[in-house]
Design a protein around this ligand. Structure first.
Ligand code: B16
Ligand code: MG
Length: 217
């Protein structure tokens, strides 16, 4: 049976992807090149330092570790400016209702995000108390698609991997869930999230009962 539901943050609970994109784009522009929204897709679920490496390679730049640390800090500053304007109105459609069903059913919830800003964002949208466990970028040593973030969420909610369902919008996140031996619900396009056990457009399109039928009883 399902005991715990593990949620990605960006793209599942709240749409911060657009803010990451705007901040990275500002950084790329300051270095003399541009990135597109399409390019930004491959950065979803990828850590700050890895994202920076991908963007610099795209711009054909090789920089020192010192310069890279400076750029990562600058990007985060710009990102946090955007995050500071967030309110509970930024919670994605269906999330609040879905969490009400989860709580009523007595299931555990955990956040599984590689973001180091996850707690701050949950605070801004008023959802800090909605999770039994919060696993974020400050608690992991390997980013998605490594399953570490979700295995830690399972451990903290005292669930076995096969008793967990992961909700993810990123290819790297679905891969992390499957490598961890968990069920995965994709939020997005079935053609993109091909490894997911089920794909929906948003949590508004899903009931908890549908999720529970994914597991053999
Ligand atoms: P930060 P998630 C990820 O969050 C984002 O999808 C990704 O774009 C970002 O680079 C990463 O967090 C690190 O975020 O710079 O705030 O530490 O999807 O795992 O919730
Ligand atoms: Mg995400």
């Amino acid at each position: 049976p399902i005991k715990a539901l593990l949620f990605d943050l960006d793209g599942v609970i709240v749409d911060t992807a657009i803010f990451h994109y705007q901040a990275w784009r500002r950084m790329a522009n300051s270095l003399g090149f541009d990135i597109t929204e399409e390019f930004n897709e491959q950065l979803k679920g990828i850590s700050r330092t890895e994202s920076l490496d991908i963007i610099l390679a795209h711009g054909g730049l090789v920089l020192s570790d010192e310069k890279k640390a400076e750029l990562a800090a600058q990007k985060n500053e710009w990102y946090l400016e955007l995050v500071s304007q967030m309110t509970p109105a930024n919670i994605l459609p269906g999330v609040t209702d879905f969490f009400a069903q989860v709580k009523a059913a007595g299931l555990k919830t955990a956040l599984g995000s590689v973001s180091k800003n996850a707690r701050l964002i949950l605070e801004r949208i008023g959802m800090l108390d909605d999770f039994d466990a919060i696993i974020d970028g400050t608690k992991i040593s390997r980013g998605k698609p490594d399953p570490e973030v979700f295995l830690k969420g399972a451990a903290e909610t005292k669930a076995q991997p096969d008793e967990c369902v992961v909700f993810e919008d990123a290819v790297a996140g679905i891969e992390a869930a499957k490598r961890g031996g968990m069920l995965a619900v994709g939020i997005g396009e079935p053609a993109v999230l091909t490894w997911a056990d089920l794909v929906v457009g948003s949590l508004a399109d899903l009931t908890l009962d549908e999720v529970l039928t994914l597991a053999p009883t």
